[in-house]
Every structure is written in C-alpha cells, then in structure tokens.
Design a protein around this ligand. Structure first.
Ligand SMILES: [Fe+2]
Length: 131
C-alpha cells in the first residue's frame, strides 16, 4: 500500500473526505497493479484515475465558487498544476507502458502533493464550506 487513509488529513467536510478516500483507493490499486506488472489492470486504473482526479478537482472548484471562497484562485492553480503533470504522465504511459515511470511519479510527486494539498488547501476550504 502506497498511502494509508490516515496519511491524508481529515477535513471538516464529509463529502470531501469521501472523495479523498476513493482517490486513495484508486492510487493504491494502481500502484499494486504496476508493481505486479499487470499492464492491463494498470492501464484501466490510469483511465480511472484520470477521470477521478477531474471529478475531484472540478467538484471542489464548483463548491468553492458557489461559496465565494477567497482561496479559490490558489487552490485551483494547484489543481491545474496536477492536471498538467498527471496528463503528461498519462500520455507517456499510453506510449511506453513503463510501470516504473508511473510508480516514481506516484511515490515522488502525486502522493506528497496530495498530502500537502489536503493539509494546506482542502482543510481551509472545508472549514469555509462547512459540512
Ligand atoms: Fe480535495
């Protein structure tokens, strides 16, 4: 398991917590498939993660806009960076099917980024939104 549910801070909004838990599960399943060299399953999970990330980010952005959250531009800029970075990894996966490149990205970029984002931005956003 690359990331445990306890590695991601809980925020005061149950919906956001549920979205994060689902995402952690997809990331772990993807990591396991890559580790086993199950390319077909990994490919399916890469597609799932691309859709899941977009759902996660766009739902939060909509909530922030509706609630007139002051941190919207900064929080959205973080999302946009990860959208770009993950899309680049996704595209090169589709070309090369190289598990080690994706594993490295998950270990070194996505998981640390997600922990930090939730601690820095999602927690403040959730406080503003309430439950
Ligand atoms: Fe989030």
């Amino acid at each position: 398991m690359l990331i445990g549910p306890e590695d991601i801070q809980k925020v005061p909004n149950m919906f956001m917590n549920a979205v994060h838990e689902d995402e952690i599960e997809i990331i772990n399943r993807l990591y396991e498939a890559l580790k086993k060299g199950d390319l077909q399953e990994a490919d399916r999970l890469m597609d799932e993660l691309l859709i899941d990330l977009e759902d996660h980010f766009s739902t939060e952005e909509e909530l922030m806009r509706e609630a007139d959250f002051f941190g919207y531009p900064m929080h959205k800029a973080e999302h946009d960076n990860m959208r770009r970075e993950f899309k680049a990894v996704y595209d090169s996966w589709k070309d090369t099917k190289d598990p080690s490149a994706v594993m490295r990205f998950l270990e070194e970029k996505m998981v640390p980024w997600l922990k930090l984002l939730v601690a820095q931005w999602d927690s403040v956003t959730a406080q503003h939104l309430g439950d």
